[in-house]
Write a protein that binds this ligand. Structure first.
Ligand SMILES: *Cc1c(COP(=O)(O)O)cnc(C)c1O
Length: 495
């Protein structure tokens, strides 16, 4: 199967090339030329498989240039017992009647980014071999908090890769920052950027497009690659857990094969919910895909009006991984809904770059409204939902997932649609202890990392081991830079 650029269908690559390269030369995103369909029996077949086996089954048709035994080896290493703290890897929990949580945070860094970033290094290093690339991959990451840590953990000490992470100086939680600054590994680097996530992300995008820098680094034996959610090697492993959740619900007799299942996804860069759309395209009977945002509600407005407009106030919220005004992966859906009209996509993206806004055609807008619903809530409503879930269902939720629970509740009240729904739970509550404790009504917070024990005592729930050992870790990084100096930082890093 080939992958085409969303901005030029004439650009075609094999999977290994698309993964090694990350972003197409024209700035477009690599997208499968066609979506493989699950066979009639596939869901029944996968029902009794392990997560690892389901991952091979789902990913194989997209990866012609990888063998099944390669993929089996990667899934074992990525999702094997020691990496995730539950054997189901991505367990589904029943929260109330017709409402389920898909917990994607049982991996080494306690956020859903692990689901993809434990797999990407295997796909990427194999891709270097398959494309006869001799240079070392320099992976540049702009992070709103969780990707950076998960990417470094996935790539640490992986041969022929270096990884440099940029995060917005004041845009991440204390625990997220410490997780990054204590990262181990000889090939990793971390640097704070003045500004917000969009500043960091735009800065990194400029690096990718900087011809002079690319040539300079090529002479030193490096090329740029991306671990951001635009890389196909990150999107694909995310398709797996939607298929897996559906199979788990079948196995638990909560739904029958063919029953619709709505999903509600706390959304930032549109990568997670994009994977749900792809799972649906493959034939998983998913219903509405409900896009949940925090106060940075550019997507809610877009779904309602067809006008995407990033010219608005940027809010730092208690769900920082969703503090994003440019949702890069939306481009892949624009490509589908314009019937793969690359000229139309290019025009939208040019308008976005020039003026920060674009308005889609009525046809595109109608297809968004058929497939997606959207809603948002502010920090107050997020806190109220954390408290409600704890008090009424004894379920401890992090702020990102709580946004989704709130938006689902709103959606149901507004539409009367009470189809069984899967809420995607994207982070461990222990990653955001202070905000969760405040939401539970605790007035006096302990300082620093002691809030981890405080949340454990308050709830009787044990914290994930990777967070409770943070206090014994040494801080290794501490640099801050201006967005316009990122190239300088890269050159130093690769000296
Ligand atoms: C990254 C992230 C999100 C947003 O996911 P996207 O794929 O960017 O839409 C939501 N919640 C958490 C905890 C995250 O880390």
């Amino acid at each position: 199967m080939y992958y085409v650029s969303t901005r030029n269908k004439g650009v075609k690559r094999m999977a290994a090339e698309a993964i090694a390269q990350g972003l197409a030369e024209d700035g477009g995103l690599f997208t499968p030329e066609v979506f493989p369909k699950l066979s009639q029996n596939a869901l029944n077949t996968m029902r009794d498989m392990s997560y690892q086996q389901r991952a091979v089954y789902v990913m194989k048709p997209y990866l012609d240039d990888f063998t099944a035994s390669e993929l089996t080896a990667y899934t074992k290493r990525a999702y094997g017992d020691r990496k995730f703290d539950v054997k189901e890897v991505a367990p589904v929990r029943e929260i109330g009647e017709n409402t389920y949580a898909l917990e994607l945070w049982h991996g080494p860094t306690c956020a859903f980014k692990d689901m993809a970033l434990q797999m990407l290094p295997h796909l990427l290093t194999a891709s270097l071999d398959k494309t006869a690339e001799r240079r070392t991959a320099c992976i540049l990451v702009a992070t709103s908090g969780d990707t950076g840590k998960a990417a470094m953990e996935g790539f640490r000490d992986v041969g022929r890769t270096r990884i440099l992470v940029f995060y917005p100086k004041d845009g991440v939680s204390d625990i997220q920052r410490l997780q990054m600054l204590t990262q181990e590994g000889e090939n990793v680097g971390v640097c704070a950027v003045e500004g917000n996530f969009d500043d960091a992300q735009s800065g990194v995008k400029r690096l990718f497009n900087d011809e002079t820098l690319r040539e300079e680094l090529s002479e030193r034996g490096y090329f740029f690659s991306s671990a951001n959610s635009i890389n196909w090697g990150r999107v694909l492993p995310q398709v797996v857990y939607y298929v897996s959740a559906y199979c788990d619900l079948m196995r638990a007799d909560k739904i029958k094969k063919g029953d619709p299942l709505n999903v509600c996804v706390p959304t930032g860069n549109f990568g997670d919910i994009l994977a749900a759309y792809y799972a649906k395209e493959m034939g998983v009977p998913l219903g509405k895909l409900i896009c949940a945002s925090n106060q940075n509600n550019v997507l809610t407005d877009f779904m309602r009006t067809g006008l995407y407009d990033r010219n608005r106030t940027f809010y730092n919220t208690i769900s920082p991984s969703m503090d994003i005004l440019i949702s890069s992966n939306l481009e892949r859906v624009l490509f589908e809904f314009s019937d793969r009209d690359d000229g139309e996509v290019r025009s939208y993206m040019e308008q976005l770059a020039a003026s920060g806004r674009y308005e889609v055609s009525d046809a595109v807008k109608a297809r968004f409204q058929q497939n997606f619903a959207a809603g948002f809530c502010d920090d107050g409503a997020t806190r109220a939902m954390i408290a409600k879930l704890w008090n009424e269902a004894h379920y401890l939720s992090d702020p990102h997932s709580a946004v989704a629970f709130h938006v689902l509740e709103d959606y149901r009240a507004r539409t009367g649609d009470d189809t069984p729904a899967l809420v995607v739970s994207t982070a461990s509550p222990f990653k955001f202890c202070s905000d969760v404790l405040s939401a539970l009504g605790v007035k006096e917070l302990r300082s620093g990392l002691e809030v981890i024990d405080q949340l454990a005592e308050e709830t009787g729930i044990a914290p994930p081991r990777s967070l409770s050992i943070l206090k014994d870790r040494r801080t290794r990084f501490g640099q801050t830079t201006r967005p316009e100096d990122l190239a300088q930082r890269v050159l130093e890093f690769l000296k």
